[in-house]
Design a protein around this ligand. Structure first.
Ligand code: GAP
Length: 462
C-alpha cells in the first residue's frame, strides 16, 4: 500500500538537493560562502525549465510583452535616480554580547511582533524599544542590542574605477533587474513596434547584501529575478493591476502548485511612490512567505530617470496625441523561491512493500530529465545497442538520460528521486517485437509501446 508523507521538512529537501545534484552550497571545498548557492546538473535543468515556463507565459504566449537582457552593471547614477543609494535598506541591529548582526524586523517577527522592512528607522526603533524584553539573540540568547540602523543592501564594486579608492565612486551590482528595463524603455519604444499598454520582461541576476541569510535558497545574496514592467496610460492602473494579479496567480497553478498553498498578502507599509502592492505567498516548510511581488509603481521610476538623465521619457499616443509618462504595473518573482516551492510541492515519500520511495512529482515540463532509457541488462550488447538507438532518437527532442547501472528497481528509484516522469526499458522482447516498456513515475504502471510510436506517445504526455 502506498502512503504519502506530506510533512516535507526543509532538511529533507536540502538533503535531496545536495545528494542528487540540484543545489550545492557555494565554494564548499573552501568552507562555503554565506548566502550563495550553486545549481548542480539537475538543478540547472529545473531552474532553466522554470525560466522557460515564465518566458513563454510572459512573452511568447502574449502579443503585448517583449523581452530584454540588460547588463548587470549600469551607470551608478541609475541607482541614485531609483532611490536605491539612499533608501534601499533593511533594519540592522547588533547583539552587544556575541556581535551577531541581525535583521531587526525578523527578530521582532520571531517574537510575534509585526514589523516590516518598509518602516522608517524611527518607527521600527520605537517598536523595538517597547518590546525589548521579549527579544533574545538567536545566537547567544542575550537581550542587549544596539539600536536599529538602516543598512543599505546595494552590493558595490570597482568596475571601471582605477583610482585605487573605488569606495568613493562605486559601481553597483544591480539590486533588481527592472531598472535595466526602465532605462531601456525609450530604446524599446523606438526600435520595436509596441504601443501602450505593453510590457518588457527580463530574467537575470540581482545582488543584495542581505543581513540575515536564512532558509536555504529562499534568501540569498546572489539570486535570479524574473521581472516584467507593464507600461500603461495613467488612470488604467487598477484595471491592469487586477489583470496581472489573475495572470500571475494562474502561473503558479500551472507549475503544479496547489492553490491551498498560495495566498495574497497586501503590503501595509508602501514605499512612498507605490499605490498598491501585494505579494503572492507560498506555504514553505517555514511558513507562508513571499514568492512574488506585484506592484503598482505609478510613474515614479520613469520620471526619476527622465529627471536624472535629462532624457525625455514621455510617451506620445499615436492616436490621441496625448503625451504622458506611462505608469507601471510590475510583476517580480525570484527563480530560487519558485524552485524551492516547486520542490516542496513535488516532494513525497511513499511507503511501498519494498521500503520507502522518495519521489518528486514534478509537472513533466519542469522535470530535469523527461525520459530515462534503460537496457534491461548491461552485459547484453544487443540490448545496450538498441537502448542507445532509442535514447539517441529521443534525446533530440527531450532531455533524456541513459542508465545501465544496477538493477531496474534501483534505476527507477534514482529517477523517481529526481522527478523523471517516464522510464523506458529495452528487454529481450524488444529485440523480437520492437516494443519497449514505459513506466509512469506517479502511477508506477507500465505500458508496452512500439518504438515507432514513441515520439507521438511522449509528444502527448510531456
Ligand atoms: N523590482 C521589485 C523587486 O525587486 P522585491 O520584492 O524586492 O521587488 C522581488 O523582490 C522578488 O525577488 C521577491 O518576491 C523574491 O521572489 C525575489 N527576491 C528578492 N530578494 C531575494 C533574495 N535575497 N533571495 C532570493 N530571492 C529574492
Amino acid at each position: 500500500m502506498k502512503k504519502s508523507i506530506t510533512d516535507n521538512s526543509l532538511e529533507k529537501i536540502v538533503s535531496l538537493c545536495k545528494r542528487r545534484g540540484f543545489v550545492f552550497p557555494s565554494s564548499e571545498i573552501y568552507d562555503g560562502f554565506t548566502a550563495v548557492y550553486d545549481f548542480g546538473p539537475y538543478g540547472v535543468e529545473l531552474a532553466n525549465n522554470i525560466k522557460a515556463a515564465w518566458w513563454k507565459a510572459m512573452t511568447q504566449f502574449r502579443d503585448d510583452v517583449v523581452g530584454l537582457d540588460s547588463a548587470i552593471f549600469m551607470n551608478p547614477k541609475i541607482w541614485e535616480a531609483s532611490g536605491h543609494v539612499s533608501g534601499f535598506s533593511d533594519p540592522l541591529t547588533e547583539c552587544r554580547k556575541c556581535h551577531a548582526r541581525l535583521r531587526l524586523d525578523f527578530l521582532l517577527e520571531e517574537a510575534g511582533i509585526m514589523a516590516d522592512e518598509k518602516m522608517t528607522e524611527e518607527e521600527i526603533n520605537e517598536i523595538f524599544e517597547k518590546n525589548k524584553t521579549k527579544i533574545k539573540c538567536p545566537t547567544c540568547g542575550a537581550q542587549d542590542f544596539t539600536p536599529g540602523k538602516n543598512f543599505n543592501l546595494l552590493v558595490q564594486s570597482n568596475l571601471g574605477n582605477f583610482t585605487g579608492d573605488w569606495t568613493k565612486a562605486p559601481t553597483y551590482l544591480r539590486g533588481e533587474t527592472c531598472q535595466g528595463i526602465y532605462v531601456n524603455f525609450k530604446n524599446v519604444l523606438d526600435s520595436v513596434r509596441v504601443k501602450i499598454p505593453f510590457g518588457i520582461a527580463q530574467i537575470g541576476k540581482a545582488f543584495r547584501n542581505e543581513i540575515t541569510a536564512r532558509q536555504f535558497i529562499f534568501r540569498t545574496r546572489e539570486f535570479e529575478q524574473m521581472e516584467m514592467q507593464y507600461f500603461i496610460k495613467p488612470g488604467d492602473d487598477k484595471k491592469y493591476y487586477e489583470m496581472w494579479k489573475e495572470i500571475r496567480w494562474q502561473f503558479y497553478l500551472d507549475l503544479g502548485i496547489s492553490a491551498d498553498n498560495l495566498k495574497w498578502h497586501q503590503h501595509e507599509h508602501l514605499v512612498f511612490y507605490a499605490k498598491e502592492a501585494y505579494d503572492i505567498e507560498y506555504k514553505y516548510p517555514f511558513g507562508f512567505k513571499e514568492i512574488e511581488g506585484l506592484h503598482m509603481r505609478g510613474n515614479y521610476d520613469l520620471s526619476q530617470h527622465s529627471k536624472f538623465s535629462g532624457t525625455d521619457l514621455n510617451y506620445l499616443d499615436p492616436i490621441t496625441n496625448e503625451k504622458y509618462i506611462p505608469h507601471v504595473v510590475e510583476s517580480s518573482a525570484g527563480v530560487g523561491r519558485i524552485f524551492l516551492a516547486v520542490l516542496n510541492e513535488a516532494y513525497q515519500e511513499e511507503e511501498l512493500e519494498g521500503g520507502t520511495r522518495v519521489v518528486l512529482k514534478l509537472a513533466p515540463h519542469l522535470a530535469p530529465i523527461k525520459i530515462a532509457v534503460f537496457p534491461l541488462l548491461k552485459n547484453k550488447p544487443e540490448l545496450v545497442k538498441k537502448a542507445r538507438e532509442v535514447y539517441d532518437l529521443l534525446k533530440l527532442k527531450w532531455r533524456c538520460e541513459f542508465d545501465d547501472n544496477g538493477n531496474i528497481g534501483k534505476r527507477y528509484r534514482r529517477q523517481d528521486e529526481i522527478g523523471t516522469p517516464y522510464c523506458l526499458t529495452i528487454d529481450f522482447d524488444s529485440m523480437e517485437n520492437d516494443c519497449v516498456t514505459v513506466r509512469n513515475r506517479d502511477t508506477m504502471k507500465q505500458e508496452v509501446i512500439n518504438i515507432a510510436d514513441l515520439l507521438k506517445f511522449f509528444q502527448e504526455k510531456i
